[in-house]
Design a protein around this ligand. Structure first.
Ligand code: 5GP
Ligand code: MG
Length: 189
């Protein structure tokens, strides 16, 4: 894992290694396997950001399951635009299914806050949430997360599915935005 990478105009520093991520995802996958024995859950991955997490999580799941996708987006560059766009809708019937929502990262919580009522309308048997990263200090809409990878500080991250303006999704590890140090006001002599 490189110490630093550059994407577009920004520098990012190494934050979570591939090994740490993989170890944690295996633990979550096994826990889900225990909790969902004989339930044949449906993993619903929220694109684009969660595609790698979902790919690893379902492979760590032991048992029969289905996998499906929805595409939601709220981010533009480094900032949330505040409004969720649904770009590709649901193609499966969720009625009476045990749904495990798979999300890359929760920042404000708005994406899931807006999406959960839509899901509930489809009358699934149960809904649980698997999230790789949570920024507890920025959450405005709290909810229960049954399977959480890591809590992280309120700083922009890329890699392992997550992008900065389209780049960085293919990185197997996670990098954190390097913020510029404020210049100290030096006293003039
Ligand atoms: P929320 O609706 O919880 O504020 O934001 C959720 C979505 O915004 C995430 O699914 C993710 O796609 C994007 N997001 C939030 N924080 C970050 C971040 O630090 N880096 C990247 N690349 N995307 C983020
Ligand atoms: Mg996401």
């Amino acid at each position: 894992m490189a110490d630093k990478i550059k994407l577009h105009d920004r520098t990012f520093k190494s934050y979570l290694s591939e090994d740490r991520i993989q170890e944690r995802v295996q633990v979550l996958g096994l826990k889900i396997s225990d909790d969902y024995q004989d339930k044949q859950p449906l993993f619903l991955s929220i694109l684009n950001g969660s595609f790698l997490f979902a790919a690893d999580l379902v492979r760590a799941f032991e048992g029969d399951c289905e996998v499906s996708f929805v595409k939601l987006a709220s981010y533009d560059g480094l900032k949330s635009k505040g409004k969720i766009k649904k770009r590709i809708g649901l193609e499966v019937d969720l009625k009476d299914r045990h749904v495990i929502l798979v999300e890359d990262i929760i920042d404000s919580g708005q994406t899931l806050h807006e999406f959960l009522p839509d899901l509930k309308k489809m009358k699934p048997a149960s809904i649980s949430i698997a999230v790789l990263l949570l920024k507890p200090n920025s959450v405005k809409y709290p909810f229960d997360i049954e399977y959480l990878g890591f809590e992280i500080p309120d700083k922009f991250v890329v890699g392992y599915g997550m992008d900065y303006d389209g780049l960085g999704r293919n990185l197997p590890s996670i990098y954190q935005l390097k913020t510029k140090k404020k210049k100290k006001k030096g006293k003039k002599k």
